[in-house]
Design a binder for this molecule. Structure first.
Ligand SMILES: Cc1ncc(COP(=O)(O)O)c(C=O)c1O
Length: 539
């Protein structure tokens, strides 16, 4: 058996594939061991290992990086939204592709808030500006509206070298930070300073960066980070990674998942026994719980943070996604300033927004920003230093963020189409939120709070005692067992409530409302049929 791993093979396969090929050559199973690549086995192996300086393969026992030796903080990280259930969904999809028969023909990924993956069409204006920024030769094309060209020219001029392909300042492109500040000023009626704006790689990056700055101390002085339960698992994951102390405060399911300040007081009081509670995270509108906080509640939370000297993190990525007519989004920044100087000059706040959610759903661009209030000037220096280690957030994501905060205005050529598309998406989501709530609440053993905002339903499900026993026998959490069965029997992929946290003895799952209306109806009916059969089976 012979194999030639020549220059061209190296080019085609790339370095890592070549390393793999060299290993296979040594084992005598190289996939290139036929056709034009054929030469002598030993010369190929020698050439491959000389070219790549491949070290002899270590036995697993000798490996430096093992589950035992790896960073325990990373090992402790869990992220349910892409956890075991999603891996299983991937396996099932492969099986379907191989023609293996199932009681369904496709896997419906209702596990993650990715609107475009569920078929949502991009906002035309956003993509026109992105196309122009990406390929500036199009600026001379008559197919693009003048307002899109104007935005693109401005963004490009602000980018070093007139190209999205160059690095930007670590804090983000100046004119985009100015546009973000102008957007916040318009939104809140309170001035925003571009110097307080940091463009980020999605909101996730901003949240983990600021937490990195906040966590310190050891033993009882270790930083406690207060998070809602149920929470978006980015928070628990970053807390694990940083070896901070997670301090749970429970949202009130019986009261539409409201945030109750007495519960914050209980949580902080108990936490003080074993850590130093320093940070309070709020998700508004809530993920996975879909509640929209009242202005009064935000005021109470700010007052609590001021009293307890807590740094506030306001995750406002769903600020455009409010569906109930009796709810309105209020930013923490706005309420903070409306509460007067004592608060606005003292409470430390970081708030987050993103291109990923809202009506645009552009999560692939990884655009986001964070606004900081009352951050110590020396800490701002530390923050820029930390950001500069990673150079800058993607410049294309920054450009996408710019278009979100600087959309067409009345009188501009693209305005009407933009508003039509935006309202279509948000109207459609509102319809689906109501549909989901109504349908779930018709099913015995399922109870769903109103979906006031965000993109998810988080219904409470009855899991009979016999099913809990069956789950234990499979070493699974009961709601994981339920969701696995749902996936295996219907192809619908949702995330167990245990991945977000829930009160002991209660069970939930999170499902997005993103599939198109007719598909969503099918999904909801399938969940209903599955649930009734499940109750019957384990009665
Ligand atoms: C509450 C919340 N915060 C932050 C994020 C992260 O979003 P991004 O894509 O902007 O990183 C998500 C994503 O689903 C989210 O639901």
């Amino acid at each position: 058996m012979t194999c030639s791993c020549s220059f061209w093979a190296r080019v085609i396969l790339g370095r890592f594939a070549m390393q793999r090929a060299a290993v296979l050559v040594r084992r005598g199973s190289c996939p290139l061991a036929s056709g034009p690549w054929v030469r002598s086995h030993s010369s190929a192996a020698a050439e491959a290992s000389a070219a790549l300086k491949v070290r002899p393969e270590r036995s697993p026992r000798d490996r430096i990086l093992t589950l035992e030796s790896m960073n325990p903080q990373v090992k402790a990280v869990e992220y349910a939204v892409r956890g075991p259930i999603v891996l299983k969904a991937g396996e099932i999809e492969m099986e379907l592709q191989r023609g293996i028969k199932k009681p369904f023909t496709e896997v419906i990924r209702a596990n993650i808030g990715d609107a475009h993956a569920m078929g949502q069409q991009p906002i035309t204006f956003l993509r026109q500006v992105m196309a122009l920024c990406t390929y500036p030769n199009l600026l001379s094309s008559p197919s693009f509206p003048e307002d899109a060209k104007k935005r693109a020219r401005r963004i490009l001029q602000a980018c070093g070298g007139n190209s999205l392909g160059s690095y930007s300042a670590s804090q983000g492109v100046n004119c985009i930070r100015e546009d973000v500040a102008a957007f916040i000023t318009r939104r809140d009626g309170v001035p925003a300073d571009p110097d307080n704006i940091y463009l980020t790689t999605g909101a996730s990056d901003g949240i983990s960066t600021i937490l990195k700055l906040l966590v310190s101390g050891g033993g009882k002085s270790r930083t406690g980070v207060m998070i809602p339960i149920p929470q978006y698992p980015l928070y628990s994951a970053v807390i694990s990674e940083l070896d901070a102390i997670q301090v749970n405060y429970y949202l009130d399911e019986d009261n539409c998942w409201a945030l109750n300040v007495d519960e914050l007081r209980r949580a902080v009081r108990q936490a003080k026994d074993h850590c130093d509670p320093k940070v309070l995270c709020i998700i508004n509108p809530g993920n996975p719980t879909g509640q929209v906080q009242s202005r009064k509640c935000i005021e109470d939370v700010i007052h609590f943070a001021w009293e307890e000297k807590l740094f506030l993190l306001a995750d406002e990525v769903y600020q455009d996604n409010v569906y109930s007519s009796d709810c309105r989004f209020h930013s923490f920044k706005k309420v903070l300033y409306q509460m007067g100087h004592e608060y606005s000059s003292n409470v430390e706040l970081a708030s987050f927004y993103s291109t990923s959610k809202g009506y645009m759903g552009e999560c692939g661009y990884r655009g986001g920003y964070m606004e900081v209030i009352n951050l110590h000037p020396e800490i701002k220096g530390q923050l820029v230093k930390l950001l500069s280690v990673r150079l800058c957030p993607p410049v294309s994501g920054q450009a996408a963020m710019d278009i979100v905060v600087n959309p067409p205005v009345p009188g501009e050529e693209s305005f009407e189409q933009f508003i039509r598309e935006k309202e279509f998406v948000l109207g459609n989501l509102a319809e689906k939120a109501k549909l989901t709530e109504d349908l779930f609440n018709q099913v015995p053993g399922i109870q769903c709070n109103p979906l006031q905002g965000a993109m998810y339903a988080f219904p409470r499900i009855l899991i009979p005692a016999k099913a809990v026993e069956a789950a234990q026998a499979h070493k699974m959490a009961p709601d994981m067992f339920y969701c696995m069965k749902l996936l295996e029997e219907t192809g619908i992929c949702v995330v167990p409530g245990s991945g977000f946290g829930q009160r002991e003895g209660t069970y939930h799952f999170r499902m997005t409302i993103l599939p198109p209306v007719e598909k969503l109806k099918t999904v909801l009916h399938k969940v209903k049929d599955f649930h009734l059969k499940f109750l019957e089976k384990y009665a």
